[in-house]
Design a protein around this ligand. Structure first.
Ligand code: PBG
Length: 322
């Protein structure tokens, strides 16, 4: 009689399943994205992202303390300024809301890594990620402003700069500016592969950064392209990126895997606002189990090859995992 293969032997109990488990999530993998706005005592929930808020700096401190208590050690900050203009001045203002928030976190919360998102779209009145001329986003004049923004974020105390605007040459421009200002020790986590995605919808409500005309397809990538993703990652690698990010995450697991296999840098993946919103919405309707589906999405992102996961679930799930 032919012996049959019995893989079920290793699935019989939770103990044995834990013993042979190949991938594990830990709060150390997580980066918690947070939105900081002006004012005091502000804690405004984003309609399309239950559990995610615009926080004024005082409230942000409370949230980060609580997240730290739950085991989250890294945050990424997005500024939501009151004043927006055509060149995004508040992105690189010394007393901009993001700079003040970074200083406050570094002063008041011990042992939390602060990553600064580096882009202009939350700070421009037209909502695009760079300087506009004749309805076009100019590449090279935008680079100067991103570099200024990076230096001001590092001066405020940011531990890592995360450029997200997809201009050509942004990593080199930021690296050079940081080095010239004595910040050669500050790493760059580049949004190397960022797709022009419908999954950013809820973020644009949170950051009030919807483009007032057109869209971002002239600088973010076409969802249909995988080889081009390798080219983008290669360029950022050559320009000195320390960490390569792929974004969004779940619809692009193949890209995460490809970047993982091709480069030896740490790989980050961003589970974006729309991915979060879909899970929350379906769970609210009682159609899926929220925690289970959230954990399954995150483990798949890690299994695909991500070392670092940016997720709005960070605080909620950290408690569950530690
Ligand atoms: C740009 C930026 C965006 C996100 C992170 N950085 C928005 C965009 O490109 O429109 C989206 C993140 C999310 O959807 O959660 N500063």
């Amino acid at each position: 009689m032919k012996l049959i293969e019995r893989p079920r032997r290793l699935r019989r109990t939770e103990t044995i399943r834990a013993l042979v488990r190949e991938t594990r999530l830990s709060p150390d993998d997580f980066v918690y994205p947070l939105f900081v706005c002006e004012g005091e005592g502000v804690r405004r929930e984003i309609t399309s992202m239950p559990g995610v808020f615009n926080f004024s700096i005082d409230e942000l401190m409370k949230e980060i303390e609580a997240a730290r208590g739950a085991g989250v050690r890294s945050v990424i900050l997005f500024g939501v300024p009151d004043e927006k203009d055509s060149v995004g001045s508040q992105a690189y203002a010394e007393d901009g809301v993001t700079q003040r928030a970074i200083r406050a976190v570094k002063r008041e919360v011990k042992d939390v890594l602060v990553i600064a998102d580096n882009c202009l779209c939350e700070y421009t009145d037209h909502g695009h990620c760079g300087v506009i001329e004749n309805d076009e986003v100019l590449n090279d004049s935008t680079l100067d402003l991103l570099a200024r923004t990076a230096v001001s974020q590092a001066e405020a105390g940011a531990d890592i700069i995360a450029p997200s605007n997809m201009m050509d040459g942004f990593v080199a421009a930021i690296r050079e500016a940081l080095d010239e200002s004595g910040f050669e020790h500050i790493p760059i986590m580049s949004y190397a592969v960022k797709y022009a995605s419908g999954f950013y919808g809820p973020f644009r409500e949170a950051a009030q950064s919807t483009p007032q005309f057109g869209d971002r397809r002239g600088y973010q990538m076409d969802p249909a392209n995988a080889r081009e993703a390798m080219r983008e990652a290669e360029l950022d690698y050559e320009q000195g990126a320390d960490i390569l990010m792929v974004k969004p995450a779940l619809p692009y697991l193949d890209i995460i895997r490809a970047v993982r296999e091709r480069f030896d840098l740490p790989v980050a993946a961003y589970q974006v606002s729309g991915e979060y919103a879909m899970i929350k919405a379906a769970a609210r309707l009682g159609w899926i189990e929220e925690e289970r589906v959230a954990l399954e999405s995150l483990i798949s992102i890690k299994r695909a090859g991500a070392d670092i996961i940016l997720t709005y679930f960070a605080r909620e799930l950290a408690t569950r995992l530690s």
